[in-house]
Design a protein around this ligand. Structure first.
Ligand SMILES: Nc1ncnc2c1ncn2[C@@H]1O[C@H](COP(=O)(O)OP(=O)(O)OP(=O)(O)O)[C@@H](O)[C@H]1O
Ligand SMILES: [Mg+2]
Length: 227
């Protein structure tokens, strides 16, 4: 199992009159390599689930394991090290650096501009259909192209898991589908977890976890097999 959550609650405003359960009694096991969607209304707990799996948010009660390691039992340095080496992140905003070229942006996570590193970045950019844009700056690209650069940047460390929080929310439908199609290619050898409001971009998801008021309301199993 890559991830396991046992009886996880994430509660805000403890001690106050009204508490919010960002996560409520979550039990979940996730194995790779597959594409998993997390859906639900605003405030339903989608981002909380993603960031709890990534070890950014430590739950109020319950355990979250990544490859048998309990985040609450390892140091914050170790947990940060796992994120740096084994996880890639893509957000709604691309967070590319405007004064750097596309190629330089992709190299940021590895802080290495050797020709070997550059060749690796170029080959990833090629897979994402961006080889003609490597020397452009982010502001010279379309929104969809910028998100594809953000995917390349997430892939440069060869992560085992890609976490994406509303990666296509700022894009028009056509660019959103295109970005998702590129992202899906990587599920052959990675676990990809995508939060979205838009079910149409999850046509090729293996599972969709539906969140409501912090709880898992249902899990759609679209391709058979176990989660
Ligand atoms: N730091 C915080 N302090 C207090 N409440 C919080 C905090 N972070 C999240 N919450 C609450 O937890 C609940 C779940 O939030 P979360 O961000 O996980 O929802 P979401 O499904 O990602 O929503 P959206 O689609 O709007 O991004 C919400 O009610 C939110 O207000
Ligand atoms: Mg969110």
């Amino acid at each position: 199992m890559i991830f396991k959550m046992e009886n996880v609650n994430l509660v805000y405003d403890i001690g106050k009159e009204m508490q919010t359960y960002a996560l409520k009694d979550i039990n979940l096991s996730i194995d790779g390599n597959r594409l998993i969607g997390i859906m639900g209304p605003s405030g339903g707990g989608k981002s909380s689930l993603l960031y709890a799996l990534a070890g950014f948010k430590i739950p109020t009660s319950g355990e979250v394991y990544y490859e048998e390691k309990d985040y609450s039992k390892i140091s914050t340095a170790k947990s940060a090290d796992i994120r740096k080496k084994e996880f890639g992140f893509i957000f709604q905003r691309h967070f590319l650096i405007d004064y750097m070229t596309v190629l330089e942006n992709v190299l940021v996570p590895i802080n290495n501009d050797s020709s070997e590193a550059k060749n690796k970045a170029i080959s990833i950019l090629k897979e994402l259909g961006l080889e003609h844009l490597i020397n452009k700056k982010p502001y010279q690209l379309s929104g969809g192209q910028r998100q594809r650069v953000a995917i390349a940047r997430a892939l440069i460390t060869d992560p085992k898991v890609i976490f994406a929080d509303e990666p296509t929310a700022a894009l028009d439908h056509k660019s959103a589908i295109e970005v998702m199609n590129f992202l899906e290619n990587y599920k052959k050898d990675k676990l990809i977890i995508v939060v979205t409001h838009d079910s149409s971009i999850l046509k090729d998801a293996d599972y969709i976890i539906n969140m409501m008021d912090g709880a898992i309301e249902s899990i759609d199993n679209k391709k058979g097999g176990i989660l």
